[in-house]
Design a protein around this ligand. Structure first.
Ligand SMILES: Nc1nc2c(c(=O)[nH]1)N[C@H]1C(S)=C(S)[C@@H](COP(=O)(O)OP(=O)(O)OC[C@H]3O[C@@H](n4cnc5c(=O)[nH]c(N)nc54)[C@H](O)[C@@H]3O)O[C@H]1N2
Ligand SMILES: Nc1nc2c(c(=O)[nH]1)N[C@H]1C(S)=C(S)[C@@H](COP(=O)(O)OP(=O)(O)OC[C@H]3O[C@@H](n4cnc5c(=O)[nH]c(N)nc54)[C@H](O)[C@@H]3O)O[C@H]1N2
Ligand code: SF4
Ligand SMILES: [Mo]
Length: 719
């Protein structure tokens, strides 16, 4: 067969880049960025370029695997596998109640069009309070604030990166991550463009990251002290009368009370705490507040820390009070072609129940994953005795993963829907491996809500799956059918007839650009047919102001001062009058994380093209600290916390703020029974063996990875 071109969207991260795949009908020959994709315009990263490695990985699972009593695996048929799962799970539910079965879903779930189509039904069919996900090791504080301020956890404003003139970035490294809660391909050239049009890029981060290479300024900040910096910005805005609420004025409540809260937090009083000179704080405040098109953007470094929700609250408050929310060049809301924000009424989605052992709050039907291990290990009514996981690796991705590993071994039954045998799925009694990657259709239901311009694109499968293999959505539907009767969830005829394509079709038709939206759209509106005819994707225009119409809060108001703020801020005032954050001993450090361009959380480490090169699982230490401790480049060091010790080699660098060390997550592929030879060759260690499940953002229960105190010693000294 002559070579052909296939166009699709990459769903490996949030950037949604267009791929152009040259193939011969059987094998992929070349993967390039799709220059005709109106959204990504030819950009691609090393992961997208290696998507065929995933498709061709000899270790990919294709048939259900059942664990035998001796621990070995046996391939079984799909129907048999679902019956087995149903019998086991329902037996436990009947004996111990619905909450005895827990559910965890991972990051790729949210990128999975098929599974997402049935997520709601699956949750109804399970009807368990014990739902967990990667959200609470990631963006939960962002979602919580989006819900509080705008009425829905998906109503997240994204930086209008293409039109801003002042981009203030905190705790994000988009040159590597390719943007998060900001879907946009190719961040580095966009940062160049800001500077070329006379704008400014400022990065606030305890590490001089790859993103700082494209910035005008970088400022080290002591981990988890951003809240002081943000309060000082607000202090300056208030003191200098830079408040400008523009078209939002009538929608805002409690403005003055909110501004008053920053009164005590002058730049001079916070400088010792956060490590940024007071003069720089004043200048940044002025530049940010007085530049017409400016935006404050924060990500992982702001959400996975002890003040995660306070930081996200302040981030939104600052954008709002300076007139940078819902304005061109500021933080804006996307108008996706399939709108997942269906409810137009205020709804309660927080604190409706609490975890059994530690009483951590529910958000959007989920409990913080930091509570999962104890919910399995602590006996009593409501104990989690069985789990379903989908597209996740919580043993590696959750705080105190070691404890979770022990917990998973205690489960009476574990079923994992995943394409690989990984550090989590190896504990399963049953693995259900779906068709994936180039074998599936794709439409991005979630990340089109977070894109820096409005677009729609549908990707059809390139290759057929192995004969008889099921898709994620078929597995979800079959599980729903077996689980629904016990929870009393009635399945409609529409459910039985539905497929992801049919649901997408309906979503597009009834969406903001759909044919059902008014007579004028009847012939021109967006439809699945139209998307299929335009495989590079369709541009639907730049971001537009959407407030106050898009608010679904009580009275369509943004209540700037939520009830929990006073309590959360109380400890900050006490800290103000102390000098600076003191480390307890010369070997104590504050820990932060790290991502690499050729990594993707805990997986894709089995792609030879991505895994090659020097060891990335190192602990970065500043030159000053290395000198102080007598550490040498490449020397093995032990990093210790309450939950454990890991050993890895030192990488001495001028990138780190003194007193801070950085270790990437996603490694630790040396567990027994793993079947990933490339990853095994360079297994690294899992930083989450030393992260503490008790260190949380108290408002949401989100994991606080950043700023955890750890001790560093040379391996020899201890050994
Ligand atoms: N210390 C520390 N910990 C962290 C982080 C950090 O920065 N520091 N980051 C956190 C963040 S942001 C995240 S999102 C989490 C990620 O945490 P998780 O989502 O728990 O883990 P992943 O490593 O993304 O694992 C994804 C799994 O999905 C499978 N998979 C991929 N595609 C498909 C598919 O189409 N179908 C199915 N069924 N399975 C599929 C892969 O094989 C892999 O096993 O980690 C968190 N953990
Ligand atoms: N190549 C690659 N891309 C990815 C991923 C991947 O694993 N590999 N993962 C994807 C996922 S799931 C996500 S959620 C996104 C995450 O996207 P980002 O949030 O952009 O990525 P991170 O690298 O986690 O960036 C967090 C930054 O915060 C800094 N930081 C740590 N602690 C603090 C602090 O206390 N204060 C401040 N101000 N900064 C701090 C860190 O040094 C780091 O530079 O990336 C996505 N893209
Ligand atoms: S940036 Fe993300 S979406 Fe784009 S090619 Fe890389 S992994 Fe795929
Ligand atoms: Mo994430």
């Amino acid at each position: 067969m002559p070579n052909q071109l296939h166009h699709r969207v990459c769903n490996l991260c949030e950037a949604m880049c267009g791929l152009e795949i040259e193939h011969d009908g059987k094998r992929v020959l070349k993967v390039r960025g799709d220059k005709k994709d109106p959204f990504s315009q030819g950009f691609i990263c090393p992961k997208g370029a290696r998507i065929a490695d995933l498709h061709e990985d000899p270790n990919r699972l294709k048939k259900p695997l059942k664990k035998k009593p001796d621990g070995s695996w046996e391939e079984i048929g799909w129907e048999e596998a679902i019956t087995y799962a149903g019998e086991k799970l329902n037996g436990i539910r009947e004996a111990h109640g619905l909450d005895a079965v827990g559910f965890y879903f991972g990051n790729p779930t949210v990128h999975n069009y098929g599974f997402l189509s049935y997520m709601r039904d699956l949750r109804h069919a399970l009807k368990t309070k014990n739902v967990f996900s990667a959200t609470s090791t990631d963006q939960l504080p962002h979602q919580f604030m989006a819900h509080q301020f705008f009425g829905h956890s998906l109503r997240l404003p994204v930086p209008d990166i293409d039109r801003t003139d002042y981009f203030l970035i905190m705790g994000a490294n988009p040159s590597v991550s390719n943007g998060s809660l900001m879907s946009t391909g190719g961040v580095p050239p966009k940062l160049d463009a800001i500077r070329e049009r006379g704008g400014k890029v400022i990065v606030i981060d305890p590490r001089r990251t790859e993103t700082t290479k494209k910035a005008d300024e970088h400022h080290f900040i002591r981990p988890a002290t951003d809240v002081y910096f943000l309060l000082a910005l607000l202090h300056e805005v208030q003191r200098n009368n830079w408040v400008n609420t523009g078209h939002l004025t009538d929608s805002l409540a409690q403005l003055n009370e909110t501004l008053a809260l920053a009164e005590d937090f002058s730049p001079d009083r916070v400088t010792n705490l956060c490590g940024i000179p007071a003069g720089d704080i004043r200048r940044i405040a002025k530049e940010f507040a007085t530049t017409e098109r400016a935006v404050l953007y924060g990500r992982m470094g702001l959400s996975t820390q002890a003040h995660g929700t306070l930081c996200n609250w302040l981030l939104l408050v600052l954008n709002i009070v300076t007139g940078h929310l819902d304005r061109e060049g500021g933080a804006m809301f996307t108008t996706p072609a399939v709108d997942m924000i269906r409810s137009k009424k205020p709804r309660q989605t927080y604190g409706r129940w609490h975890s059994r052992v530690r009483s951590l709050p529910e958000s959007e039907g989920e409990l913080p994953v930091a509570a999962l291990a104890e919910e399995i290990l602590t006996p009593g009514k409501g104990q989690v005795r069985a789990m379903i996981t989908h597209a996740g690796n919580p043993v590696i991705s959750s705080p105190n993963g070691k404890q979770l590993e022990t917990a998973f071994d205690e489960l009476e039954f574990l079923v994992c829907i995943d394409v690989f045998l990984n550090e989590t799925t190896r504990h399963a009694d049953l693995i259900l491996p779906p068709a994936a990657f180039l074998e599936v259709d794709h439409y991005d239901f979630i990340f089109n809500h977070l894109a820096t311009s409005n677009n729609a694109k549908f990707s059809q499968a390139l290759f057929a799956p192995q004969k008889g293999q099921w898709y994620d959505w078929q597995i979800a539907k079959a599980m729903i059918e077996v689980l629904a009767p016990i929870s009393g969830f009635k399945l409609s005829q529409a459910f039985r007839l539905s497929t992801p394509r049919r649901l997408l079709k309906l979503g597009l038709l009834t969406g903001p650009y759909g044919k059902l939206k008014g007579v004028s759209n009847l012939f021109s509106g967006l439809s699945l047919r139209k998307l299929i005819d335009n495989p590079h994707g369709i541009h639907l225009g730049p971001l537009q102001p959407r407030l106050p119409e898009a608010l679904t809060t009580e009275g369509k108001k943004i209540r700037l001062l939520p009830d929990w703020v006073a309590e959360a801020m109380a400890p900050l005032r006490t800290a103000l009058d102390q000098a600076e954050c003191q480390l307890a001993s010369p070997d104590e450090f504050l820990l932060i994380g790290r991502r690499h361009l050729r990594s993707n959380n805990s997986w894709m480490h089995n792609s030879p093209g991505l895994a090659k090169g020097k060891n990335r699982c190192t602990v970065m230490v500043s030159e000053i600290d290395a000198d102080r401790l007598g550490l040498l480049e490449g020397q093995e060091v032990e990093v210790t916390s309450r939950t454990g010790t890991i050993t890895l080699s030192a990488e001495i660098t001028d990138e780190m703020m003194p007193g801070v060390i950085s270790i990437p997550h996603g490694f630790g592929h040396h567990r027994k029974g793993m079947k990933l030879p490339v990853a095994e060759a360079n297994p690294g260690v899992s930083v989450n063996d030393i992260t503490d499940e008790h260190l949380l953002d108290p408002v949401t229960g989100n994991a606080a990875f950043s700023g955890q105190r750890v001790r560093v010693s040379t391996a020899e000294a201890v050994g």
